[in-house]
Design a protein around this ligand. Structure first.
Ligand SMILES: [Ca+2]
Length: 454
């Protein structure tokens, strides 16, 4: 058997087995790589150094070898790969029936920012994660996304991941986080946000805290002491920026300040908790920040709201986020200007996205001091937590490409906490439809990929 044929058999039988000791001529490599295209119709990545298919890392193709799909161009791809990273990728384009070969570079899985930047420089549409088998879009439009996060930190852990995602998006210059509102009363909850903002390298993002909101809200996982965690040596585990000496602005006042400073119709609000502070904002009158009342200020400055909550479709049942502080929620729905778009993320969208506690700890293997890891190490998080809140945040930042949204309509809230949707092409409301199993798996892997960045 010729040695190229032998290698092909081995690659088929043991796709990750290497034959590093073998030396192949470029001519032989051509034969092997061409054949790999036949064996792996869905694509492959091959390291020419080890003749292994790398099983980890983020693969990005070079622009220089784009449009190489015949044997003649494969020669040039191999030459380019030898001169650069010695990695070749192949992929099939079902639209034109061509099988493409690229010279590629592989980035460590925790260097998504660098991989995306390289992909953009090279005009590539995506970065491919060789471990998670997902493509991360790199050809997004660099938009001016100005976000205020409104969360109920300190009960469910999905708020932690939603804020983490926003910090990652900030690192990728995909959004500007103007401020974080904590609508769950209690200073400790704002202190958690202070820890996360500091930890993720954006310590100066202002934080507002609700002080006259809903009393006695339910707590699912009591991580309110996160900010005060101590090491074995008794040292404060996490740095804070506001700290014990600093103070937090009243939530609706911070909303008013931030909104008054922004251009008209430019602000996106991701609401992933109660709508207590939003209700107080809408009820507010003119002040030192703006001569407008709350309703007009929101009408002028807010482009859209992405809200975790709502139950739609055939089921008519109360929504948890809205029911918890129903008096505030009723005011919010009554006062929200009709010109402001609102996209609901119902619980059923996040329900299948089960980020298991052991996976969370596994993904944060690279440090012993991490606020989310601390939560998962010291508290029982195996309580059915799902990745609900990140759905509102991802949709807010990435726009509607990743989500299948309902037609437009209006949503009203009943005193029982039910959200009633009335279709109308002129309505301001839409809601996310649940994704199929592949979509759910991919979005969960995307969140996990964001978690391991450091
Ligand atoms: Ca929440």
């Amino acid at each position: 058997m010729k040695k190229t044929a032998l290698l092909l058999v081995l690659l088929m039988m043991f796709p990750f087995a290497g034959m590093a000791q073998q030396k192949f001529s470029d001519k032989e490599l051509e034969t092997i790589i061409w054949a790999l295209g036949q064996i792996y119709p869905d694509g492959f990545t091959l390291s020419l150094d080890s003749l292994r298919q790398p099983s980890k890392g983020l693969a990005v193709s070079y622009a220089a070898t784009q449009n190489s799909f015949d044997k003649k161009s494969l020669k040039a791809v191999i030459k380019h790969a030898h001169e650069h990273d010695n990695v070749i990728g192949g992929w099939y384009n079902p639209e034109n029936g061509h099988y493409y070969f690229d010279s590629s570079r592989i980035f460590p899985e925790d260097s998504l920012g660098a991989a995306l930047a390289f992909a953009r420089e090279n005009g590539q549409n995506a970065v491919y994660d060789l471990d998670k088998l997902i493509a991360i879009r790199s050809n997004y439009e660099q938009q001016d996304v100005r976000i205020i996060l409104d969360c109920d930190m300190g009960s469910s852990t999905d708020d932690l991941f939603a804020l983490m995602m926003l910090h990652r998006y900030m690192d990728m210059q995909r959004c500007k986080l103007l401020g974080v509102i904590v609508d769950r009363m209690g200073r400790a909850h704002a202190d958690i946000v202070d820890v996360l903002n500091t930890y993720y390298g954006h310590p100066d993002i202002p934080i507002g805290l609700e002080t006259e909101g809903q009393k006695e809200t339910h707590v699912w996982i009591p991580y309110h002491n996160l900010a005060y965690a101590r090491t074995m040596e008794g040292e404060q585990m996490f740095k804070r920026t506001v700290g014990d000496e600093g103070s937090y602005m009243e939530g609706y006042k911070l909303y008013r300040k931030l909104l008054s400073e922004q251009p008209d119709h430019s602000v996106t609000i991701a609401s992933i908790g109660l709508v207590t502070t939003l209700a107080r904002l809408l009820e507010s009158g003119p002040d030192e920040y703006s001569p407008l009342n709350g309703v007009d200020l929101v009408r002028n400055k807010v482009k859209s709201i992405y809200a975790m909550g709502g139950v739609f479709g055939d089921a008519v049942e109360p929504d948890y986020n809205f029911l918890q502080a129903i008096d505030f929620s009723m005011k919010f729905f009554a006062l929200l200007p009709k010109e402001v778009d609102i996209v609901f993320s119902p619980g059923e969208v996040g329900d299948p996205l089960d980020y298991r506690p052991e996976q969370v700890i596994e993904d944060l293997y690279w440090t012993d001091f991490h606020p989310i890891k601390w939560t998962y190490q010291y508290l029982n998080c195996n309580t059915g937590q799902k990745m609900w809140d990140p759905q509102a945040v991802i949709n807010a930042v990435e726009g509607d490409v990743l989500y299948n949204l309902s037609p437009r309509g209006w949503v009203t809230l009943t005193p029982r906490g039910e959200t009633i949707f009335t279709p109308d092409p002129n309505g301001n409301a839409r809601y996310q439809y649940p994704g199929d199993p592949y979509w759910c798996e991919s979005v969960l892997k995307y969140i996990r990929l964001m978690a391991i960045q450091h």
